[in-house]
Design a protein around this ligand. Structure first.
Ligand SMILES: [Cu+2]
Length: 174
C-alpha cells in the first residue's frame, strides 16, 4: 500500500516538475541572476582583504521607534597591526539612510552634544576603537527604512589605506 502511494507521489512530482519547468530553464541555469550573486557576496562580513590583525566585531544598529528619522550604529575596530588605521567614512545604501556621519560626544554646559568627526577617526597601532553608546558612534541620518529589531542592514566602512569593508549589521534592541 505504502509502496503504491509512494510511486503515485513520485509520478505526481515528476509530472508537476515537467509542467512547471520554464521554457528557458537551461538558459537561466547557465546565467545565474547577478543580483542574487551580489547579495550573497556581501551577506557575510568579508574581511579577507584587510591585513591580518585588523578586524571588525560587535557591529550593531540600535532599534528605533517607527517614524524615527535618525539612528545609531556601533562597531568595534581592533587594530592589532603595527600601523595606525584611518577610518575615513561610513556609508549605507540610500534605501537605508540619506547620509551617514561619524559622531563624537562632548559636554556643552550641562548638555551632552553630538558633533561630526569630518575627518573620520584614527585607530592607533595596537589599539581598539569601540564605537559605542555614549561615545563615538555612527549616525544614520534621514532614515529611509525602519530600524526594527531582527533586521540586518549592510554598512560599508571606508579606510584610508585599506579596502572598504561591507558588513551585515543586525538591528538590536539596546
Ligand atoms: Cu550622533
Amino acid at each position: 500500500m505504502s509502496r503504491l502511494l509512494c510511486s503515485i507521489s513520485i509520478l505526481l512530482v515528476v509530472t508537476l516538475a515537467a509542467a512547471c519547468s520554464p521554457h528557458q530553464e537551461s538558459h537561466s541555469h547557465a546565467q545565474p541572476s547577478p543580483q542574487h550573486h551580489a547579495q550573497q557576496a556581501t551577506a557575510v562580513v568579508d574581511m579577507s582583504t584587510l591585513p591580518e590583525g585588523l578586524t571588525l566585531s560587535d557591529a550593531r544598529i540600535r532599534a528605533a521607534f517607527s517614524g524615527a528619522t535618525t539612528g545609531a550604529a556601533y562597531v568595534t575596530i581592533n587594530n592589532n597591526t603595527e600601523d595606525d588605521v584611518h577610518l575615513t567614512s561610513v556609508s549605507v545604501s540610500e534605501d537605508i539612510a540619506m547620509k551617514v556621519e561619524i559622531h563624537d560626544m562632548r559636554m556643552d554646559g550641562e548638555m551632552m552634544q553630538m558633533f561630526e568627526l569630518e575627518d573620520g577617526v584614527i585607530i592607533p597601532a595596537k589599539s581598539q576603537l569601540q564605537l559605542r553608546p555614549g561615545g563615538k558612534h555612527i549616525m544614520l541620518m534621514g532614515l529611509a527604512t525602519e530600524l526594527s529589531e531582527g533586521k540586518s542592514l549592510e554598512m560599508t566602512l571606508k579606510f584610508a589605506q585599506h579596502p572598504a569593508q561591507t558588513i551585515l549589521v543586525p538591528v538590536v534592541r539596546m
